[in-house]
Design a binder for this molecule. Structure first.
Ligand code: CMC
Length: 431
C-alpha cells in the first residue's frame, strides 16, 4: 500500500523522482525505489541488504527492538506454550489456525508422506560415512527434484500444496537417514502410528535389534524447539529459497538451496558452532580470555550464538529455550550440566561487558538450543539438520506465498562494477 512519497533529486541533473512509501500492517515502512533506474538512471547500493525489503509477506513479523516474533499474528511464546509443531506448520502455510478437522486432515496427510522412494535411500550409499549430515541433506533434498514429477507444476495450487506437505513429511526421514548413514546403522523406516517428533526420534535412535520407546519429554522438547525455529521471515536461507524459486526452478531444488545457506556458521550452523565453542572454552575461568578474543578485530573468533541482524534487545526464542533448558535438564537429572552452567556464565559476563552492551549483542536462538539437543542425546553434527527440519515449514510457506504473488518476477540484484575498464586482448607471447 502506497500513500505518501519521498522526493529524490539527482545532484547533477536536478531531476526529481517521487518515491512512494510502502507501509504494511506493522513495522517499519519502506521506500519503493523500483522506478529510480528508469527515472534517474541510477541504482541503490545495499550490500548484505541491511536496509532493503525484498518482498511483501504476510507470514512472520519480527520487532527486533522489542524482541517480538509472531507467526501470522500469533506471538511465538503463546504458540510454544499452547500449540504443536504441526498445528504451527498449518498456521504458517495456510494463514489461520486449523479447526480440529482441518488439523486431523493435515496431520494425516503429513503422516502418509513420510516414506522415501527406495531408489532415493540408495543415494546415501554414494556418501562417505564421514560426510556431514547437512551435506547429505542438501544433496538428497535436491535429488527429490528427480522424483515426483507429477506434482511440480508451480502454477498449480494443488501441486504446490502437495509439494509443501511432502517436503515437511520427508525432511525428518531424510535427516534421520543421514545420521544413520554416518554411524553405519541401518536406516529406520517411519512409523505412522507416532506423532511427528516421536517418529523422528525413533528413526534417529532405534535399532532393529532392540525395542525403542520414545520418551514423551524428549518428543515435547523437540516439538517446542521446532515451533521456535519454524520461520523467521526473510533470513538468509529463506531469501535464498525465494531467489532460487523466482527463476521457476523445481521447488525441491529451491529448498535444497535454503539448506545449503542455513548450514553456514553465521546462520543455522551456529548451533553446532556454539557447542564446539563451549567445549573449547571448557571452564568458566577461561571466559574472560575468549571474550577478549571475540572483541579483538584482528582475531576471527566470534562469540557464536551471540548477535543478530534484527534483534537488538533480546531474541525471544533464546529466552524461551533458556527456560526450557532447566526443565529438560531436570528431567534427565542433569541439573549440574557443565555446558549449561558455562553458557549461563558466558551470557552473564558478556552482557556486563561494554563491547556487547554498546553493540546490542544478546544470545540468539542458537545459543541454548544445543544444550537441549545434547541432553536428548542428539549428536552435535545433527544440530543444524534439526534447524533445517523445522525451517522447512517456513521455506515451503515463503516459496508458496511467492508463487501466488501476481507481481512475482525473477530476483536479479545489480552491482557497482569495480573491475578493469575495457582493454585489448594481448596474445600469450606478448605478456
Ligand atoms: N561476537 C563478537 N562480535 C560480534 C558478534 C559476535 N557474535 N556479532 C556481532 N559482533 C560485532 C561485529 O564485529 C560488529 O562490530 P563493529 O561494529 O565494531 O564492527 C558489530 O557487532 C555488528 O555486527 P555485524 O557483523 O555487523 O552484524 P550482522 O548483522 O552483519 O551479523 C550475525 C549478525 C548473527 C551474523 C553476527 O552477530 C554473528 O556472526 N553472530 C555469531 C553467529 C551466530 O550466532 N549466528 C546465528 C544467528 S541467529 C540464528 C540464525 O539466523 O540462523
Amino acid at each position: 500500500m502506497a500513500n505518501k512519497a519521498f522526493t529524490l533529486t539527482h545532484p547533477d541533473t536536478g531531476q526529481t523522482s517521487e518515491l512512494p512509501l510502502v507501509t504494511g500492517t506493522l513495522g517499519t515502512p519502506a521506500i519503493d525505489v523500483r522506478g529510480i533506474n528508469k527515472d534517474q538512471g541510477i541504482f541503490t547500493f545495499d550490500p548484505a541488504f541491511t536496509s532493503t525489503c525484498s518482498c511483501e509477506s504476510a507470514i512472520t513479523y519480527i520487532d527486533g527492538e522489542n524482541g517480538v516474533l509472531m507467526y501470522r499474528g500469533y506471538p511465538v511464546d503463546q504458540l510454544a506454550e499452547k500449540s504443536s509443531f504441526l498445528e504451527v506448520a498449518y498456521l504458517i502455510l495456510y494463514g489461520e489456525l486449523p479447526t480440529p478437522a482441518q488439523l486431523d486432515e493435515f496431520v494425516e496427510a503429513i503422516t502418509q508422506h513420510t516414506m522415501l522412494n527406495e531408489s532415493l535411500i540408495k543415494f546415501f550409499d554414494g556418501f562417505h560415512y564421514d560426510a556431514h549430515p547437512m551435506a547429505m541433506l542438501t544433496g538428497i533434498v535436491g535429488s527429490l527434484s528427480a522424483f515426483y514429477h507429477d506434482t511440480t507444476d508451480i502454477n498449480n495450487p494443488q501441486h504446490r500444496e502437495i509439494f509443501a506437505r511432502r517436503m515437511i513429511a520427508k525432511i525428518p526421514t531424510i535427516a534421520a537417514a543421514a545420521y544413520k548413514h554416518s554411524i553405519g546403522q541401518p536406516k529406520i523406516y517411519p512409523s505412522n502410528d507416532l506423532d511427528y517428533c516421536s517418529n523422528f526420534l525413533r528413526m534417529l535412535f532405534a535399532v532393529p535389534a532392540e525395542r525403542y520407546e520414545v520418551d514423551p519429554v524428549a518428543a515435547k522438547a523437540l516439538d517446542v524447539l521446532f515451533i521456535l525455529h519454524a520461520d523467521h521471515e526473510q533470513n538468509a536461507s529463506t531469501s535464498t529459497v525465494r531467489l532460487a524459486g523466482s527463476t521457476g526452478c523445481n521447488p525441491y531444488a529451491a529448498i535444497s538451496t535454503g539448506i545449503a545457506a542455513l548450514w553456514g556458521p553465521a546462520h543455522g550452523g551456529a548451533n553446532e558452532a556454539v557447542l564446539n565453542m563451549l567445549g573449547e572454552i571448557g571452564d568458566v575461568s577461561n571466559v574472560p580470555r575468549f571474550l577478549e578474543k571475540a572483541k579483538d578485530k584482528n582475531d576471527p573468533f566470534r562469540l557464536m550464538g551471540f548477535g543478530h541482524r534484527v534483534y537488538k534487545n533480546f531474541d525471544p526464542r533464546a529466552t524461551i529455550i533458556r527456560g526450557y533448558c532447566h526443565q529438560v535438564l531436570e528431567h534427565y537429572n542433569m541439573q549440574n550440566n557443565q555446558l549449561f552452567e558455562l553458557a549461563l556464565e558466558l551470557e552473564r559476563i558478556a552482557l556486563e561487558d561494554d563491547y556487547f552492551k554498546e553493540r546490542k549483542l544478546y544470545p540468539n536462538v542458537d545459543f541454548y538450543s544445543g544444550i537441549i539437543y545434547q541432553a536428548l542425546g542428539i549428536p552435535v553434527n545433527m544440530f543444524t539438520p534439526m534447524f533445517a527440519i523445522a525451517r522447512t515449514v517456513g521455506w515451503a510457506a515463503h516459496w508458496t506465498e511467492m508463487q501466488q504473488d501476481p507481481g512475482m518476477r525473477i530476483g536479479r540484484p545489480r552491482q557497482v562494477y569495480t573491475g578493469q575498464t575495457q582493454r585489448e586482448y594481448v596474445p600469450a607471447d606478448q605478456r
